[in-house]
Design a protein around this ligand. Sequence first.
Ligand code: PHE
Length: 541
Amino acid sequence: MAEKRDRWDSRAGFVLAAIGSAVGLGNVWRFPYICYKNGGGAFLIPYFVALLTAGIPLLILEYALGHKMQAGAPKSFSMISKKSEYVGWWAVFAGFSIVTYYAVIMAWCFAYLIYSLKLTWGTDAEHFFINTFLQRSSGPGELGFIRWPVLLGLAATWISILLIIHKGVKSVGKVVLVTVPLPVLLLIIMVIRGVTLPGAVEGLRYYLTPNFEALTDPNVWLAAYGQIFFTLTIGFGVMIAYASYLPKRSDISNNAFITGLVNCGTSFLAGFAVFSTLGYLAHVTGKGVEEVVSSGLSLAFITYPTMIRLLPFAAPIFGIIFFLMLLTLGIDSAFSLVEAAVAAGQDRWKVSRKAINLFTCGIAFVLGLIFCTKAGLYWLDIVDHFINNFGLVLIGLFECLAIGYVFGAKKMRDYINSVSEIKLGPWWDWLIRVIVPIILVITVVMSTVNLLRVPYENYPQWALLIGGWGVALLILALALLANRRWLPLSILLCVVCLVVLGTLTSGAVAMAVFGCLVLYGGLLLCLRRTLRKRDIDEWED
Ligand code: PHE
């Protein structure tokens, strides 16, 4: 390679960028709720176990892979074995599809930042969010027009992302000096405000009172592992890409410990902000905390706005602080996912960074338009649910197998130890080769069973088929295509055809088409091979 690879300006630049990627909206709106639901304070035990036995070891693996190969995810995997390149593409495409809607959530935050000035949502925040702001249609089939406030916010988000990644890690390294500490500072202000409100103690009791019995429930452990994979942004090629811009002699394992601990520390802190204010909301409205508790979008855009309006003084200021915090929390996760795609593109095509930046952001913007329509909320919910359930867990599994068995866990560990401040023992090999894959397989099986058993949120089957299974399988198909892996691709497409036909027509038609595809399609493939010139030459000899 003639061209010199970009480099982080400093170790802090890299570590902050990785922390920025890991610390996102999930830390505020997912962790506190999961903790409350799964045993309160007792949940910290499985959570820490998951962090140490799966989160940090996988983070070390991704850092090590990017650092050793000095390339984005697809090329890094192809350097282990040409056949495994698709794992990298899979990760990148999964991350890319997430950022198409993650940016739309950022757009909502932009709008709400402005609404905070006058507390525009009024007394009924739910009605405002659903009916006035999103003007949600009656179902995913009724797209309706694009909501222009969302579109404006989306444009603002993508322009910000373009400007931030303009010069790659050189500019990213500077931006994270602001976008990582600032939300933490704002979070601390929210915690101080929260715990000084009446009812806060009651809220915190809900968050942290341990229920040790919960530890005997396997689902609680599963929730802990699920949350750890999600929160560290593992399995999207981000950490591989970021580590590939590290100079040859730089630490790996200590950086992974720092990233993991700061990320989980932020989640823990966010719980204080969220539950103290939930306690206040319950106190003011005369309800129980369990009645006002919520997570995800409804926590950010309904529960919090409701609470902010009820604050005794300076309510608009706290509105601004809250939404500015969400924006700065989310933006560095969003551009990290874009960076993973850009790094992959740069390895593959010799085009300028500017062109790839524009191309990636442009496509993501256009794809995001669907989430700006009046049915956007439905589609966002469906896509989000499926990708997060499948993407990262399956990709994490393949990563472990590729490094653990094809490349060799011991070989990678020796490499890590040769540069790192914390030396890893053989325990790491065990985790990567055996323990983590077993946990990941259990997680995948459990979530697939769940997805199949009950239609998610009672959405119509066709919508789940397109936005859920369709998108998840399309990502895998595109990854196989990028790696020119025809056999698995054909098998995948056959299964997809079968499922689609089976749902839309009768079982008999589906089986007829399936039989034709396998038998005659297979026959065609074999016949094609007989026509290869080499074979004919050999026969003539
Ligand atoms: N890990 C971050 C979070 O918890 C951001 C993120 C979410 C990144 C989902 C990728 C996928 O919000």
